[in-house]
Write a protein that binds this ligand. Structure first.
Ligand SMILES: [Zn+2]
Length: 216
């Protein structure tokens, strides 16, 4: 089975992708990693990508579509991929569909992690990192206290770019871009909407149940 995971920034998508990959023995495909690998390995495609990225431009769909062929045609990963952060638009989704069929595989599950705007803002704006011990807290959901954190609050910092406007912009951009893709998978009867509000473990249990895996 191949799996696709969608979720807005801050929905915990990366963690769920890692969990699914581990429990179901899937290979995680992230286009970000693929792009970095090509650049690092200085392949012809990598050189092309680097010149695009260096100019601050978006990597075109045609390049992304080429990149995906590698993991899809790899015997070792046959029918056991999980796509994280891909496809990013309808064009890429349709191309993936063609490639999947061409390589005699199928997409079994598409998950969309849903969180509402207010929760997302609290999760991201409330995030605090301790510069002393590296612990991560959230002032709304898991504040640093005497009991869970001996450093105290003086080392806690917030990420400066995490302001509300940026978050809302990213969230809206995600929705605008992703809704047409979700429609596409909905019509193929592959889409599962997952409530992203509960704790990470609970969300993962729900995903496992849909995929027919129950912990004993
Ligand atoms: Zn600390």
């Amino acid at each position: 089975m191949n799996v696709i995971l969608f979720g807005p920034p801050g929905a915990g998508k990366g963690t769920q992708a890692d969990n699914i990959a581990r429990v179901f023995n899937l290979h995680k495909v992230s286009t970000g990693d693929l792009l970095r690998d090509e650049i690092k390995n200085k392949t012809d495609l990598g050189k092309k990508i680097k010149s695009i990225v260096d100019k601050g431009l978006f990597v075109p769909d045609a390049v992304i579509n080429d990149l995906i062929i590698n993991p899809l045609s790899h015997k070792k990963f046959y029918n056991r991929l999980i796509f994280d952060g891909y496809p990013r638009n309808l064009n890429q989704a349709k191309n993936l569909d063609l490639l999947i069929k061409k390589h005699d595989q199928k997409i079994s599950y598409v998950f969309s992690l849903n969180v509402d705007k207010e929760l997302l803002i609290k999760r991201i704006l409330g995030r605090q990192t301790c510069t002393n011990c590296g612990s991560i807290f959230n002032e709304y959901f898991r504040p640093s206290t005497n009991k869970n954190h001996t450093c105290g609050t003086k080392f806690l910092v917030k990420r400066s770019e995490d302001n509300e406007k940026t978050i809302l912009y990213r969230f809206q951009a995600y929705l605008d871009k992703t809704l047409p893709i979700l429609d596409f998978y909905e019509k193929l009867n592959l889409l599962h909407q997952i409530n992203g509000r509960p704790e990470i473990d609970q969300i993962f249990k729900e995903i496992c149940a849909i995929m027919g895996f129950f912990e004993t």
